[in-house]
Design a protein around this ligand. Structure first.
Ligand SMILES: NC(=O)c1ccc[n+]([C@@H]2O[C@H](COP(=O)([O-])OP(=O)(O)OC[C@H]3O[C@@H](n4cnc5c(N)ncnc54)[C@H](O)[C@@H]3O)[C@@H](O)[C@H]2O)c1
Length: 252
């Protein structure tokens, strides 16, 4: 099995869901993690759970250049190096057809996912070690379309463009950049999207989404974390610029 032993990973949106599951797995497998997010209380709890030896946290909104720069500086001060970056912070935006979709929300969704990922790349790439790995958490709807999620789908597609450009820009330094494309993954974030999208109860909405997935079920955050681990480790050392679907077959 590949290793992340001794590596330092910075994870945005690391205080919950897929980000926290990834932090747990990387720490279990020997890495240090620096979690960056906006939920102070959840960050504090995550830092306490993972322990001060192996983790640290910064409060930062990924849409703020100054806050991203400061958070990266704090990670470097604390751990002295940076090997893995997981761009994972995200918001869902409206669930509404384009005609009814709020312009302000559309701009904010692009800001968090696209400008946020750009700022993270801008401020981490100069510090990434040779052999480093960047993983961008896009979505199955970064590769496909669905009604009523124009902001989210546009943002998730745009992350693929950023990923491809970055992969080419840093390849000569031996740094890899890839995106992952999870299908519905069982987190409170996704449960809220599903009830809003279907108008059903949480349980019925969850079942309705299961029936849309060829493998017949949601992913767990831990399954997505194992995909991030693969891309972070040397087992994927010749993989860069890839869009890796982890979606139970939704893009077939
Ligand atoms: N759950 C799914 O089904 C699914 C599927 C595909 C992709 N994704 C993507 O995975 C990522 C994580 O989603 P999740 O399901 O774990 O939900 P989540 O809500 O637990 O994770 C999102 C995290 O991002 C943080 N965040 C939000 N705005 C931020 C900002 N401006 N700056 C910094 N941090 C911010 C939140 O505090 C939260 O910790 C998101 O990018 C989401 O789009 C999720």
């Amino acid at each position: 099995m590949g290793s992340v032993d001794g590596r330092v990973a910075l994870i945005t949106g690391g205080e919950s869901g897929i980000g926290l599951a990834t932090a747990r797995l990387l720490v279990e497998r020997g890495a240090h993690v620096h979690l960056v997010g906006v939920d102070h209380e959840a960050l504090r709890a995550a830092g306490k759970e993972l322990g001060p030896e192996r983790s640290a946290v910064s409060v930062a909104d990924v849409t703020s250049a100054a806050q991203v720069r400061a958070a990266v500086g704090e990670a470097l001060d604390r751990f002295g190096r940076l090997d893995v970056v997981f761009s994972n912070a995200g918001i869902a935006g409206d669930i509404a057809g384009i005609e009814d979709y709020s312009e302000d929300v559309f701009r904010r969704v692009l800001d968090v996912h696209v400008v946020g990922t750009f700022l993270l790349l801008k401020h981490t790439l100069p510090h990434l070690s040779r052999g480093g790995s960047v993983i961008i958490n896009s979505s199955v709807v970064g590769l496909t379309g669905e009604p009523a999620i124009s902001g989210y789908a546009a943002a998730k597609h745009a992350q693929v463009g950023l990923m491809r450009v970055a992969a080419l820009e840093v390849a000569a330094r031996g740094i890899r950049v890839n995106s992952i494309h999870p299908g519905p993954t069982d987190t409170p974030f996704q449960r809220a999207v599903e009830t809003a999208a279907t108008g059903l109860s949480e349980v019925k909405a969850f079942e309705a989404f299961n029936s849309m997935i060829p493998l017949g079920r949601h992913a767990t955050p831990e399954e997505i974390a194992r995909t991030v681990f693969y891309l972070a480790s040397d087992d994927s050392e010749f993989t860069t610029g890839a869009t890796l679907a982890v979606d139970g077959g939704m893009t077939i």
